[in-house]
Design a protein. Sequence first.
Length: 367
Amino acid sequence: MILSNSVEFASFAMIDEKILNDLKKAEEELNDIDKALSSGDIDSNQIKELSKKRNTISDVVGYFIRYKEIQASIEENIELLAEEDFKELAQEEIDSLNQELILVIDKIKEEAKPVDPLDSKDVILEIRAGAGGDEAALFASDLLRMYMRCAERKGWKTEIINKNDIGLGGIKEAIISITGKKIYGYMKFESGVHRVQRVPETETSGRVHTSTATVAVLPEADEVEIEINEKDLRIDTYRASGAGGQHVNKTDSAVRITHIPSGIVVQNQDEKSQNKNKQRAMKVLRAKILKIEQEKQFEDMSQTRKALVGGGDRSEKIRTYNFPQGRISDHRINLTLHKVDEILDGNLDDLNIELSKNYLKEASGIN
């Protein structure tokens, strides 16, 4: 009996044995996690950790389960090819299953690629106005909205930790927490200097201005990962103030924390409770210290902050948002997309796909 090309393909549309073994272990681990989560015998911290682990492996395990189902269905239909009454129908089913199999294997291979161990983490996102005065502050506000809309599209949760408004709709800086699934792996390419070219609303002559804002994406650190000695902290409290210096309240609710060994300073004043402001500031501090610890392993510590976001100068940029031409250019990979409005509305997928491809190419050493 002569089999079609699609049936022949079924015999070698397989996955590397090492990956298969890893997939089997991941499936067993997912089953163990589900049993533990449904047992009611674990505390809230364990639930949080197991849930994070489950989010990390659930997709690839789902693809693996579907892979096994397709292989089983193909084998059943190959047997039916020997029966004249079912031969044509079985062949059509095999052709269809093989097409799906190709897609599923591609998904598995994508999930199995080497990844940054931090990719599954939640993030702390910092946005700061750079060069350009009020227009830079307005652009920083646009970036904040872009990332908030992106999170909304992805089903991620956001929390504004600190925001410094300057009036006119602009912000001097903003720090937000984003929680969900594999967020750092998606957002890490956003760190750097973002440049905007447009005519400000206050510009009467129609002249295009260039302004910047810096973005830093930090993987959020758990308390168990980063131990901070209270003796290494200087905690100052002061009265919170709003735009123009007006007092938000009459108590010393705002908190400034200095990590003496590293010199890192974080502050928060958005909550009326001093304790809540301290908790939020500590959350940011842990993320910053984790980032430094990671960078110690991979790059020169003297470039820690500079390497992440640059200095905010107009000449240092990873991306330009050009409004007159309706385009966005990512200078790291020489990519230009004519969809500035769509991207600023939070649809970063086209950018992220190309940046991810480039990241994987560099990580694997492919030229």
